[in-house]
Design a protein. Structure first.
Lengths: 222, 545, 263
């Protein structure tokens, strides 16, 4: 099922032997991707459920703890990710239009924005560690960073786990973007075949989606 | 990697030879066989642990191992049997082989993903099994396969290896389910409408939905537990303000639907075999199909019945007990449909049908005792006793294992082009059935009398039944060994099978045996329902080629 | 299936517009976080987040222009997540019957929860005490001792030696007087746990009921009362009879809070 041979005609292209047509293959691949996103929803959603449980039980502690998070930094990351979703979408549409240069550019911008996200994260994390703000069992913050209760510290356990898993997905996404950037540069994508760009796009939008919920839950309402 | 139709006259087994051709294969049939071999291997390993446990229980005091080792034994028995055997067994092994053929398709939707899933299984298995040798000098895991906190947080770090193994194997399960859903949606042959979809596929479809929805929660649970041990996040640790019962919620949210991942495909196989060996159309086709989804849905509503004495609220106890009663309904629908199929049928007693009867006996007992346990007021007394151990072995072995072995016999000619010896198979079946009942029925009694589970020793009054159980287990083990022996013999020296020795109307039987690489010479068009056995339907022709 | 079907291509203008809307909503949610709406904070934040999510799903991920199948698949995941949270909530948000008013100290509830004793001089048997004793016995003792007191209750199957058969008058290790039974209840004996958590008058009542299974025992002497630190000249037994126990659920709550206070 080698897919390196691509027709310049947007309508015709090779497809795997067990599918009837390229359209059939694209449809199936897309559905497969949505099913994968379903598994991600359940996986990440479960931590959100745990977070909401503890928040419901220890509201004041969580609200006190979240004040130690930097809203400006969190908001910056939100802006970065939303913008990167826009560039990602434009990467997909330019691939569909066979605009090789623009596709590579958009994907590269997405990649850069992702780097920016990680840099901000790095600043946040190191800042926290510096003040002794760590997951509950390792928490050593004092004075204005002192924990007022166990639940206060648990907030930060959730903070690190949720943003950490999110950041790991960002890193994976960056790898995927580099991969399709390379393929785009080789002129592989047309209106008849842009499946990898579309699917990586879905992955990236999902990463953005998770952050759209993480940001207010952790940074804004605590 | 290019695959093309295999040369005429070859089949999927001989068109490409050599170990490397198997390791890089994209053919769902070969992948299914690799899974089957691996699952059977780990069944043997998990069985070894069971033998040690039963050997220890020949007496109430020390017999062969000490308490710490005992805890490790039941842990690894559970981990291996659940994650590496019973969960993948039918979907990944038989499902992979048969599903595309029943659809009239050339392969699953994502063959490379399929191979990747297999290697994930192998990786998970390696992580989990390697932990048996300890980790950096720490002893093997001893938490039970349920990893309850806070003990799992405090105990040996080797647990992390087991958790990682289960995590990775979980993704094998998820991706297989994903693959099957897209395959069933998108790769049906012309004419194969939903109303003609074989019941094994309805079952696999429901199973795949459960796999995709439930297993990710297991993944995050195991990951969180690893993080608990490594960076002390405290979410499940009361000493840090967390909630150990929350761990149980997270764990059982997957692990209860998991038992339906084990059972649903088994139901599907039973539904396939009964019409063939009673020469009657399946009774209640739609009911069986829909009940698979009914079971799949209810599966997600009842996990708290594993936690009746955990300290969860009375409200939760009440709710979960009530909801648990629901699951008996669609299950009962299936059993009545199967019995209705056999009624006035012309039953023949080849090995697959023997296993159908075995399934019916074991699963009925297992299922009914499940209703006892789901009843809150009774569970309070029976929980954490051998009653529970007996119950889940009856349902898990009763469903999955009976259907797996029965299915292996049913599709053996299709997969290998050889016939096994029926007499040998009957001997094996009776050894397994007798051995199983001798092993586990006494455990219902032991449990109701108060013998706790996961205890290394027991009070003197439990000795006799424990010895019965242990000797039963040795018979059971011998039965499995016997099955392995005659099946291996059949593989090597069995009679050549005809294309359709059972005279089945199933689509997978309408191609040559063993099948060619792409399953069908030309894509079939499905015109008939595959259960349309009537008087006048030709009986099986010669079984041999 | 045709290869020539044109897929929907999102216009650049629409993409940029949606992006702008998303950024504005982000600004809005940050702004609105400065106001405290109490429990509505969560709802407002979630509403904004869901709106943003819908825009991403419908436009950027193409669901608006795609087969409904994929939307159904994606939506199903949230449905099951909701099931998880809802049924989990029946446990975590409904635990413990101890409901405190705002600011109320648990300790005060604990001490206030003690029931005032009803029976004066409970070491003297009365029909009411024996009736009370039967209730206490059925709830606490019958599972081991059997409801006829023969030592053959359901839980006795796994106990070795068997629980005492109250119909036999001989060989009671700690004695058969009502004060002896009181003492055994307080201290426990071999495999029988201590029932010190029962109130003194419940223990007296149970003791009286147990005695009805066999022949009448001797009356306790002053020395017997001294042994259990009960003053037979007082109304309820003196200082030692003051309830030091609290309801189990209150005790559990205290233990949990105690553990959480440790840093």
């Amino acid at each position: 099922m080698s897919q390196t041979v691509v027709s310049t005609d947007p309508g015709v292209r090779h497809h795997a032997h067990h599918f009837d047509s390229a359209e059939h293959e694209f449809d199936s691949a897309k559905q497969g991707m949505w099913l994968f996103l379903v598994t991600e929803v359940l996986m990440i959603g479960a931590i959100f459920v745990a977070f909401m449980t503890f928040r419901g039980l220890y509201l004041e502690d969580f609200q006190a703890a979240h004040k130690l998070l930097s809203v400006p930094l969190g908001a910056t990351n939100t802006v970065i990710l939303i913008t990167s979703s826009v560039t990602m979408v434009l990467g997909v549409t330019s691939a569909q239009r066979k605009q090789k240069g623009l596709t590579v550019l958009m994907l590269f911008l997405t990649f850069l924005l992702a780097c920016g996200f990680l840099i901000v994260k790095y600043i946040e994390y190191t800042g926290k560690f510096h003040h002794g703000i760590m997951p509950a069992g390792l928490y050593t913050g004092v004075n204005e960073f002192a924990a007022s209760s166990d639940a206060f510290k648990l907030f930060f356990s959730f903070y690190f786990v949720m943003t950490g898993i999110h950041a790991a997905h960002v890193v994976i996404g960056m790898g995927l973007i580099l991969w399709i950037m390379r393929r785009a540069a080789r002129g592989e994508f047309t209106g008849g075949y842009y499946t990898p760009v579309e699917l990586v796009g879905f992955y990236w939008h999902f990463v953005d989606l998770v952050w759209i919920f993480l940001f207010p839950m952790l940074y804004l309402i605590g | 990697m290019t695959t093309h139709a295999s040369p005429a006259g070859t089949n999927y087994l001989n068109w490409e030879k050599g170990i490397w051709s198997w390791m890089k294969t994209l053919d769902h049939k070969r992948i299914g066989l690799m899974y089957l071999a691996s699952v059977l291997f780990f069944f043997f390993v998990g069985g070894m642990f069971a033998m040690i446990i039963r050997w220890e229980h020949l007496s109430g005091g020390p017999t062969v191992i000490n308490q710490a080792t005992y805890n490790q034994m039941f842990t690894y028995h559970g981990v291996i049997m659940v994650f590496l055997v019973v969960i993948p067994a039918i979907p990944a092994a038989l499902g992979n082989f048969i599903l595309p053929m029943m659809l009239g398709a050339k392969d699953v939707a994502f063959p490379r993903l399929n191979l990747f899933s297999y290697y994930l299984y192998v990786a998970g298995a390696i992580f989990a099994s390697s932990s048996l040798f300890g980790w950096f000098g720490n002893p093997p895991a001893d938490t039970g396969w349920t990893f309850y906190t806070p003990y799992s947080i405090r105990t040996s770090p080797t647990v992390i290896l087991v958790l990682t193994g289960a995590f990775i194997a979980g993704f094998s399960s998820i991706l297989t389910g994903l693959n099957f859903i897209v395959t069933i949606h998108k790769l049906r042959a012309p004419g194969l409408t939903w109303g003609k979809l074989p019941l094994f596929l309805w079952a696999l479809y429901a199973t795949s939905v459960v796999q995709v929805l439930a297993t990710p929660v297991l993944a995050i649970t195991l990951l969180l537990l690893i993080l608990e041990k490594v960076i002390k996040i405290g979410i499940f640790d009361a000493a840090l303000g967390g909630d150990p019962v929350l761990f149980q919620h997270f764990f059982w949210f997957y692990s209860h639907p998991a038992v339906y991942i084990m059972a649903l495909p088994a139901f599907g196989i039973i539904s396939e075999m009964i019409p063939v060996f009673t020469r009657k159309p399946i009774f209640g086709y739609k009911a069986i199909a829909y009940s698979s989804f009914g079971i799949a849905l209810i599966a997600f509503l009842v996990w708290g019945h594993h936690m009746f004495v955990s300290g969860q609220s009375e409200f939760a106890n009440f709710t979960f007990s009530l909801l648990t009663m629901l699951v008996a309904v669609p299950t009962g629908v299936k059993v009545f449909s199967w019995v209705g199929t056999m009624y006035k049928g012309s039953i023949s007693y080849e090995a697959p049908m023997l296993y159908v009867f075995g399934f019916l006996e074991l699963f009925m007992i297992g299922g009914l005792t499940g209703v006892f346990l789901g009843t809150l007021a009774i569970d309070v007394h029976l929980t954490q006793t051998y009653f529970v151990v007996a119950h889940f072995h009856y349902v898990m072995v009763g469903s999955t294992l009976m259907a797996l072995i029965g299915g292996m016999h049913f599709w053996f000619p299709k997969m290998f082009g050889k016939l096994y010896n029926e007499r040998a198979a009957a001997v094996g079946f009776w050894m397994v059935l007798a051995g199983f009942n001798l092993t586990f029925f006494p455990q219902f009694i032991l449990g109701s009398q108060g013998m706790p589970r996961r205890y290394w020793s027991y009070l003197p009054e439990f000795t006799f039944l424990n010895q019965v159980s242990s000797w039963g287990s040795f018979l059971l083990g011998l039965g499995f060994l016997w099955i392995a022996i005659y099946l291996a013999y059949a593989l090597l020296k069995g009679e050549r099978a005809s294309d359709n020795p059972w005279g089945s109307l199933g689509l997978e039987w309408q191609t040559s045996t063993p099948p060619p690489l792409e399953n069908f010479a030309t894509t079939p068009t499905v015109k008939e329902w595959s259960y349309d056995y009537r008087p006048g339907t030709p009986l099986p022709g010669s079984k041999t080629a | 299936m045709s290869d020539h079907k044109q897929h929907h291509i999102l216009s650049t203008r629409l993409a940029l517009t949606i992006g702008a809307v998303l950024l504005s909503l982000t600004g809005f949610t940050v702004y609105i976080a400065h106001f405290d709406f109490g429990r509505w904070n969560l709802i407002v934040a979630l509403l904004v987040a869901v709106t943003k999510a819908m825009l991403v799903c419908l436009f950027f991920m193409n669901l608006l222009y795609d087969k409904k199948e994929n939307s159904l698949i994606f939506a199903t995941s949230f449905f099951f997540l909701a099931i998880f949270f809802t049924l989990l909530a029946t446990d975590v948000f409904f635990r413990g019957p101890v409901k405190l008013a705002k600011g109320q100290a648990l300790y005060l509830v604990a001490t206030g929860a003690q029931a005032k004793p009803k029976f004066k001089r409970p070491w003297v048997a009365t029909p009411e005490l024996v009736a009370r004793g039967k209730k206490v016995f059925t709830q606490n003792c019958a599972s081991c001792h059997g409801d006829q007191g023969l030592g053959n209750g359901p839980a006795s199957a796994s106990i070795n030696p068997k629980p005492r058969n109250f119909t036999q008058n001989d060989d009671w290790k700690k004695g058969r007087k009502v004060t002896d039974i009181f003492r055994t209840l307080t201290n426990g004996l071999n495999q029988m746990p201590s029932f010190a958590s029962l109130s003194p008058e419940d223990k007296w009542a149970a003791a009286h009921y147990v005695q009805t299974f066999g022949a009448k025992a001797a009356e306790p002497a002053p020395a017997d009362f001294a042994l259990i630190k009960i003053d037979p000249n007082s109304e309820f037994g003196g200082a030692a009879a003051t309830v030091k126990s609290i309801p189990i659920d209150v005790a559990i709550e205290l233990v949990v809070r105690d553990a959480q206070r440790k840093n």
